[in-house]
Design a protein around this ligand. Structure first.
Ligand code: FES
Length: 581
């Protein structure tokens, strides 16, 4: 088959497809000649190589069952790309499976975002399909794509199916925690907990509740970064495969029209995403990831703003851990179309989406509403305010958050005695000690699990109820830390305390027996000691930033920011540019 174009690249027109981003040998014609010779070794024709090239970020991994449908998704995306006249090119990037990453998946998120950004930059492509699902993968991909700046579209792997245990519907991972709590309290035995272990995850796919993965799927759609309806189909369904095919086709359209990511990730899009985060009772991790993605576009996410929006954005989605249902039920209820229709008066409807249409146009194009009981109307919410509240006070001068929709109403206004754990090892050593001096109305404090202290801000903010109290049936206590918690967790848990204790924040000076007051109504978290005592203790706290001698750990500790800046690396923040290699 004859080449349609000469091999000598023309600087004015050859900026697309395989003719773009040539390897630097000092001779552009030779660079293209060599590139085509090698790719033809894989059997491609000149006709194929003259098409718009659509990269597909493949995050399949045996260590990531949340992405276990990757081969089928890639096949469907490729079908969509080819039906639309493009050439699909899939390539691997880092994949992070939440429970397989040590020390934490958050520690590796920025590395994945750098991999994604640099491989988009390095390889010739006109648009990119990002396939992710497990908690940190979608944020990492959106961060990387935001910095790379190409037309970009997100494909979600989709949620796992629910299972059943002794007649009860179960799914990861709210039920994982619930059953483990029952096992710790000796309410169920070793035989039953083993049985439950076989039932919680019924298929490949992401966690089936409104945890971080589902939250980020909904946020990606609210940002306009997925095709309409892209958030909710479960991983193993025909709907998910049709979304994948449509995603591939849309990527070709975006390449042809030059619909770059900066036209979609606008301030209006981030406000829509914050509304949705509040209305779904979404994971507290969602706000950290949104801040990181916004940071890549030179924007900030204001926690006080989020709190203000939360006062007139009720939780409408009745999914665990705030409610009762699972992602497959959210999908059957119409998914994001149903939710966005309800939220329409609160949304910036002129925000552009990957389809080239606005969010408002997409809401109008979605089918009519129908009777269902998973996504509530505005006048019958499952929680009257947004899921996340922003706290401040002398214990958290930089702010902290609480997922009020998943907290115990009786503990939202609470004063108690501090029981302090200096770090994770200290907690692990003592939490099950039946002689631990702890009572049900105490406040558990865990230090040194922030971005630097963890390092990587582990999801250890959901401190287990001390065994001594669990055995007496205590299910919730006020817990405070500078770490995160899983989006699938529940309880009266204050998180992301800033500045973190490893940076010398006031959390570092809390001592056993201090009194702490939480008032969600007043948005306050207060250590009840006088200013002079606080100043005396703060002067004694170490403020030396932790460091490491080499490698990624050194980079991480040198560069990681606090939770309000997304725990991103400081040198990755800011508007996309086009660095010359
Ligand atoms: Fe992957 Fe929950 S562990 S989404």
């Amino acid at each position: 088959m004859a080449s349609k174009k000469p091999l000598v690249p023309d600087a004015t027109s050859d900026t697309q497809g395989f003719r773009s981003g040539l390897t630097n040998y000092g001779d552009a014609g030779f660079s293209l000649f060599l590139r085509k010779a090698f790719i033809k070794g894989a059997g491609y024709t000149d006709d194929a190589l003259d098409r718009p090239v659509i990269g597909i970020a493949n995050t399949g991994s045996s260590y990531n069952p949340c992405h276990g449908n990757m081969p089928q998704l890639i096949e469907a995306v490729k079908r969509g790309i080819m039906l639309a006249g493009g050439l699909p090119m899939d390539f691997p990037t880092i994949s992070i499976g939440e429970s397989f990453a040590q020390p934490t998946s958050m520690y590796l998120r920025n590395l994945m975002s750098m991999d994604t950004e640099e491989m988009i930059r390095a390889q010739p492509m006109d648009a990119i399909v990002l396939i992710g699902g497990c908690d940190k993968t979608v944020p990492a991909q959106l961060m990387g794509a935001a910095s790379a700046g190409l037309p970009s579209i997100q494909l979600i792997t989709g949620a796992m199916l629910t299972g059943s245990h002794r007649g009860e519907v179960v799914g990861a991972c709210t039920d994982c925690r619930r059953y483990w709590g029952q096992f710790r309290a000796e309410e169920i035995d070793a035989t039953e907990i083993d049985e439950v272990n076989n039932r919680l995850v019924a298929s490949v796919g992401t966690c089936s509740v409104m945890g971080t993965a589902s939250t980020m799927a909904c946020i990606a759609e609210a940002l306009g970064m997925t095709v309409p309806g892209g958030a909710s189909p479960p991983a193993v369904t025909a709907d998910r495969m049709r979304v994948a095919e449509a995603t591939g086709a849309q990527a070709v359209e975006m390449a042809k029209t030059g619909l770059t990511i900066d036209k979609i990730l606008t301030p209006a899009a981030f406000r829509n995403a914050m509304r949705v985060l509040l209305a779904i009772g979404g994971s507290t991790n969602g706000i950290v990831h949104l801040a990181a993605i916004a940071g890549r576009m030179g924007m900030t996410v204001d926690l006080a703003d989020l709190d203000e929006m939360g006062r007139n954005t009720p939780v409408l989605v009745d999914l665990k851990p705030s409610g009762a249902h699972y992602m497959e039920h959210f999908h059957a209820a119409g998914g994001m179309a149903t939710l966005l229709r309800e939220l329409k008066p609160l949304l910036a409807l002129d925000a552009l989406t990957v389809t080239g249409r606005t969010l408002g146009e997409e809401i109008d194009l979605a089918g009519p509403s129908f009777q269902q009981d998973v996504i509530r109307p505005m006048d019958k919410p499952i929680y009257p305010q947004g899921g996340i509240a922003h706290l401040t006070g002398n214990l958290a001068p930089g702010g902290a958050i609480i997922k009020q929709s998943a907290a115990s109403p009786a503990l939202m206004e609470h004063e108690g005695r501090a029981v302090v754990f200096e770090n994770l090892a200290d907690m692990a050593n003592r939490i099950d000690d039946l002689n631990l001096d702890v009572q049900a109305d105490d406040v558990l404090v865990l230090k040194s699990i922030g971005p630097l202290g963890g390092p990587g801000m582990p999801e250890a903010g959901y401190l287990p109820i001390p065994k001594k109290l669990a055995l007496k049936g205590v299910k919730d206590m006020v817990r405070i830390s500078d770490g995160r918690m899983s989006g699938t967790a529940f309880g009266t848990i204050v998180l992301h305390v800033m500045p973190e204790s490893a940076l010398g924040g006031p959390l570092a000076c809390v001592q056993n027996g201090d009194r702490i007051r939480l008032s969600v109504a007043r948005r306050e978290i207060t250590l009840l000691i006088d200013d002079a005592e606080m100043a005396r203790r703060m002067a004694a706290v170490a403020t030396l930033r932790p460091s490491a001698p080499r490698g990624y750990r050194k980079l991480f500790l040198q560069s990681v920011t606090q939770a309000d800046q997304g725990v991103d690396f400081d040198f990755l923040q800011g508007k996309p540019n086009d660095p010359t290699p």
